[in-house]
Design a binder for this molecule. Structure first.
Ligand code: KG4
Ligand code: ZN
Length: 331
């Protein structure tokens, strides 16, 4: 089954053509970063307007890259939530209309299930069940995944998402937006051992996270070292990153051990972090656990993961209805 995927939940307009939920025929991501950069974060109204401008060219580009006319598309999968409502509505309404006009089925899918399923777009995906560490700009959660469309939530952040903490710390240091990739690069030049920021494990038995403490600690450190802040930036980013990644890695490994499961999937925008990729692989490896991580272009928001998970709903006979609406919060 050839599925057209559409994703507009935040600041990326994306379309992809995926065969049988695994094989990417084309994937196009048009980022709005330049529009939002000067505001230091995503401006929802601007995001919606940019999606309106980009949706038709992006879908066209995906079909052209896949060398397939629209007639060959058998179904449409689109992100229904969670995300920015105005942004979601652009992709969702477009997908509904396209499917209706073409007389093909469509389905609305959960963005987070899309991220979890991104590992199936790679060769040698994990067998079920596995533990997924989902780390993005909006979410930080651990799931026990038993099927393409079933996941038990084991824990989640009680305040900021990990990516959000990266973005806020980068903003405090005047490094630009989005901060994750910038901190990743700068931290390589610093030494995490020089500044130890607090790790928040909460109650050791929980798989929940909290990143507000480390964020506050960084902001205090900045206030106390205004004079020579510039020289300290590499060490600050390294120290901050290590504090966040220690907790993420330890909890993901502990979740897999608790479930007696020897597979972890690392997914979401923060899964692009080079230190997290190497650290989780090493920490899990010491416990005999294998870590599956998608390629960089599948970590951030994309539509291939949406087509990938949508395929499984469509195969099970699940269809969207024209009355259906988007949702902003996690379900
Ligand atoms: O999954 P995603 O593209 O969008 C959401 O669904 O949120 O994730 C975006 C987040 C941003 O917070 C960004 O700073 C972070 O992923 N990110 C990174 C890296 N690349 C992107 N965080 C740490 N290290 C990176 N290399
Ligand atoms: Zn995402």
């Amino acid at each position: 089954m050839i599925v057209l995927g559409i994703e507009t939940s935040c600041d990326e307009t994306a379309a992809a053509v995926v065969k049988d939920g695994t094989s990417i025929l084309a994937t196009v991501v048009s980022s709005q970063i330049q529009v939002h950069q000067r505001y230091g974060g995503v401006v929802p109204e601007l995001a919606s307007r940019k999606h309106i401008e980009a949706i038709v060219p992006v879908v066209d580009e995906a079909l052209t890259a896949a060398r397939l006319p629209l007639d060959n598309i058998e179904a449409v999968a689109v992100t229904r939530g969670p995300g920015l409502v105005g942004a979601l509505l652009i992709g969702f309404s477009f997908a509904k209309s396209l499917a209706y006009a073409s007389g093909i089925p469509w389905v609305g899918v959960n963005h987070l299930e899309g991220h979890i399923n991104s590992v199936f777009l790679e060769p040698d995906p994990p067998a079920f069940p596995f533990v997924a560490l989902l780390v993005s700009g909006g979410h930080t959660s651990i799931y026990y995944v038993t099927d393409h469309t079933s996941a038990e939530l084991m824990g989640q952040t009680r305040d900021d998402a990990a990516g959000e903490a990266f973005d806020k710390v980068a903003k405090m240091l005047g490094l630009g937006y989005p901060g994750g990739g910038i901190i990743d690069r700068l931290a390589r030049k610093g030494d995490a051992a020089n500044i130890r920021f607090p790790r928040s494990y909460l109650d050791k038995s929980t798989f929940d996270f909290s990143f507000s403490g480390v964020k506050t600690a960084v902001s205090r450190y900045i206030a106390d070292h205004r004079q020579d802040l510039k020289e300290r930036i590499p060490d600050i980013t390294a120290g901050f990153q290590e504090a966040v990644l220690d907790v993420l890695s330890d909890k993901a490994v502990a979740a897999a051990v608790t479930k007696g499961c020897n597979r972890i999937a690392l997914v979401g925008g923060v899964a692009a972090n080079s230190r997290l990729r190497e650290k989780l692989t090493a920490d899990a490896g010491r416990r005999g656990i294998r870590v599956h991580i998608p390629s960089l272009h599948l970590c951030g928001d994309n539509a291939a993961m949406i087509a990938g998970v949508g395929y499984h709903y469509l195969k099970a006979g699940i269809r969207g209805s024209l009355q259906e609406d988007v949702y902003s919060r996690k379900r």
